[in-house]
Design a protein around this ligand. Structure first.
Ligand code: SF4
Length: 258
């Protein structure tokens, strides 16, 4: 079973010495998605995101952010309690909106951890990242009034204008080992993916092989995944891209801390 860090120091900014991050949870589980699926990893989930996807599976880091502030030192101490793991995944929300993520990643690298950063690809930072797991958000992610979980549609325009930053994508792909991971809601998404992959390839000298383009079915529960995964698997086979499961959903459904 995944292990949650049940409690974080409930400190405000003023109680913390040095750099700190808003942390939603720290937990030990298996990486569920992408090239490293199945790898035991400590997850550090920061709070706050510059986008608002309607299907966000971490609602409490984006639509209604909740967190405790933790110093970099306390985060690393917490990570080190899971001594079975040598992989750390920095996720969110969008972890790269926080400048302090740079220091955290640099220090994790000093301790010898392999670091994956799960990012929406709209922000670039120069730091110690072993795998940039980039998930550009497609048109179908936009929280239109009908799909907005709060039913207001206020974020639709802001989300749409921010969701693709070609220069940040170029820098991430060029400077880090990477995977481009797309959340697929249906076959209609495919044309936009092909177009975006070509635009990224045209921006960099680095090869972006089809094998590094991952198609992931949208779905936060086993039932939701059952509706989309066959379509996505067939798209991957038809086009030579890689299918990625959502292992944590298969194993633990929508339990928190997984
Ligand atoms: S970019 Fe990720 S964390 Fe942000 S709203 Fe979209 S799915 Fe949620």
């Amino acid at each position: 079973m995944p292990v949650n860090a049940e409690s974080h120091p409930e400190s405000g900014d003023h109680d913390i010495d040095g750099d700190a991050l808003p942390i939603n949870e720290v937990f030990y589980s298996l990486q569920g998605e992408g090239k490293l699926a199945g790898t035991p990893s400590v997850f550090i989930r920061t709070s706050g995101c510059n986008l608002r996807c309607w299907f966000c599976d971490s609602y409490h880091t984006s639509w209604k952010p909740t967190h405790s502030w933790m110093s970099i030192e306390d985060i690393i101490d917490e990570v080190r309690t899971f001594d079975e793991a040598d992989h750390v995944v920095l996720t969110g929300g969008e972890p790269l909106i926080h400048e302090e993520s740079v220091k955290l990643l640099d220090e994790l690298a000093d301790y010898g951890y392999h670091t994956t950063v799960e990012t929406n690809g709209t922000i670039y930072r120069d730091t110690a990242i072993d795998l940039a797991s980039i998930s550009p958000k497609l048109r179908s992610s936009t929280p239109t009034t009908e799909r907005d979980p709060d039913g207001e549609g206020e974020w639709a325009n802001r989300h749409d204008s921010r969701r693709i930053n070609l220069d940040a994508l170029r820098q991430l792909v060029t400077n880090y080992e990477s995977q481009l991971k797309f959340v697929i809601t249906g076959a209609d998404d495919f044309e936009e993916i092909t177009d975006l992959v070509e635009r990224v390839r045209n921006q960099t000298q680095i090869a972006v092989p089809d094998d590094d383009v991952l198609l992931m079915p949208e779905g936060r529960t086993r039932d939701e995944l059952a509706d989309t995964r066959t379509t996505v698997a067939e798209l991957a086979m038809d086009h030579g891209y890689r299918y990625t499961p959502r292992l944590h959903v298969d194993l633990w459904n929508d339990a928190s801390g997984t």
